[in-house]
Design a binder for this molecule. Structure first.
Ligand code: PRP
Ligand code: MN
Ligand code: MG
Length: 181
């Protein structure tokens, strides 16, 4: 526990549940990309834990690169603005790219990111996300690998923050309303 039990409403996924689900996704990814080079693109900062654990679950070689984009401010809702804070180091033309995310909330970040990466001439761009919220289903974002569909609550832990806190929790939980209200 990082901040104490009072800040958390309930645990949604334990460390073990997350690890088990990522292992299932890793088997799917190994099968789908068999015989092809694969570049994982993690979206900073939320995806660091998913990236680290998913990459280590894969029984194959991958490359890893990172982008940082901004969509949220420090609060709990999307601002509608996406901009690149850190771009890829890798030229992705002709590459098979798998974007790794912690959560798709409104889908704004990923729909923008997929369009941006596709404009660079990659062989393919797919998405793996640990969590997906209901609003994301309304967006025109094709998500190939989804860990868990979750209800529309504010979740923290395992990379997910509220005002930059809680990212280093090993489990994922809902934030108690008194923390952000
Ligand atoms: C969060 C989360 C996703 C994005 C999802 O990142 O990690 O990247 O928002 O929201 P959307 O589907 O509504 O666009 P955030 O912008 O908070 O940055 P962070 O990863 O550094 O926390
Ligand atoms: Mn993020
Ligand atoms: Mg955030």
């Amino acid at each position: 526990h990082v901040e104490g039990d009072l800040d958390l409403d309930q645990t949604l996924f334990t460390e073990d549940q997350i690890r088990a689900r990522l292992a299932e996704l890793a088997r799917d990814i190994e099968r789908d990309y068999e015989g092809r080079d694969l570049l994982l693109v993690g979206v900073l900062k939320g995806a660091v834990m998913v990236m680290a654990d998913l990459a280590r679950s894969l029984d194959r070689h991958v490359e890893m690169d990172w982008m940082a984009v901004s969509s949220y401010g420090s609060g709990t809702s999307s601002s509608g603005v996406v901009r690149i804070l850190k771009d890829l180091d890798t030229d992705i033309s002709g590459r098979d790219v798998l974007i790794v995310e912690d959560i798709i909330d409104t889908g704004l970040t990923l729909s923008w990111l997929v369009a941006n990466l596709k404009s660079r001439g990659p062989a393919s761009v797919e998405i793996a996300t640990l969590l997906r919220k209901p609003d994301a289903l309304r967006m025109e974002v094709d998500v190939t690998y989804v860990g868990f569909d979750i209800p529309n609550a504010f979740v923290v832990g395992y990379g997910l923050d509220y005002a930059e806190r809680y990212r280093n929790m090993r489990s994922i939980g809902t934030l108690a309303p008194h923390v952000y209200s």
